[in-house]
Design a protein around this ligand. Structure first.
Ligand code: ARG
Length: 257
């Protein structure tokens, strides 16, 4: 999210264990993050929304947005505005709504410890298609990331136009081995890693969906959660593993709808 607190926390955790020289050296200026991506065509990702605190989200029910727990302050936040139906945040004709209730995953502590999901109930239906939740079998091959977040680790500039990119899945074993080097323990059964050098989500993309195309529709397999910097070689993006929380998210959504 743009509100720097959460990302700084993550960065602080992972950066504190890196030597100053490593951190300096890896502040790549030209990694293209959502990301090594392209501008999204209007209508391609109709369930994609932008939340006012600077996160992404996906419409999981007509009046409910699925996002990251680290994007929301806690339950009962009525100050979030949600914008959807456009790729250009300044375009006319956006569908907007306000939050009336927030449900944050019960076990959430911070991004790197798992449980990074939350639901935002809207004051009205957004009138846009919903995105269904994937299963473990969908976590393979090329996945798609998207967001209005920064396009480089080094620049905090958010994008006015939605961007997207294709990323490969990275195995839990490889991902855990990478992050172990910087003393972060990947919560394997709650995380899905994806990305490669030069292609990744970044600050401001949090909460947005990681999706897989199935025929003409899409399923959500992840939620943008954290990473060491953005698009660095050997450090893929880490996403909340939707299949692990599928039942919990569905029952919480039913209670809100
Ligand atoms: N925590 C970030 C946010 O709040 C998302 C970071 C994703 N990082 C990555 N390298 N994939 O927007």
């Amino acid at each position: 999210m743009v509100r720097k607190v959460a990302s700084l926390v993550t960065l602080a955790i992972v950066a504190s264990v890196l030597s100053a020289s490593q951190v300096g050296a890896s502040a790549q200026d030209d990694a293209r993050v959502v990301v090594g991506g392209d501008p999204a065509p209007q209508g391609k990702f109709p369930w994609m929304v932008r939340l006012s605190m600077g996160c992404g989200g996906a419409l999981t029910a007509p009046r409910v947005v699925l996002t990251a727990a680290h994007c929301v302050a806690g339950s009962g936040d009525k100050s979030i505005t949600v914008l959807g139906g456009v790729t250009d945040l300044k375009a006319k004709g956006a569908h907007t709504a306000r939050s009336v209730k927030v449900v944050r995953a019960p076990g959430f502590r911070d991004e790197t410890h798992g449980d990074d999901w939350a639901l935002v109930k809207l004051d009205r239906e957004l009138g846009l298609p919903t995105l269904s939740l994937g299963r473990a079998a969908d976590e393979k091959g090329a996945l798609t990331i998207m967001g209005w977040g920064q396009t480089s680790e080094a620049s905090a500039q958010q994008q006015q136009k939605l961007r997207y990119a294709s990323v490969p899945v990275v195995s839990d074993a490889d991902c855990a081995a990478a992050y172990r080097k910087v003393d972060v323990n990947l919560v394997k059964n709650e995380s899905l890693c994806a990305g490669k050098k030069g292609v990744d989500t970044c600050q401001g993309d949090s909460g947005g969906p990681l999706v897989r195309q199935k025929g003409s529709s899409w399923v959500q397999v992840g939620i943008v959660s954290w990473g060491l910097g953005c698009a660095r070689k050997g450090y893929p993006g880490v996403y909340t593993q939707v299949s692990t929380f599928r039942d919990a998210i569905r029952s919480a959504t039913r209670k809100l709808s």
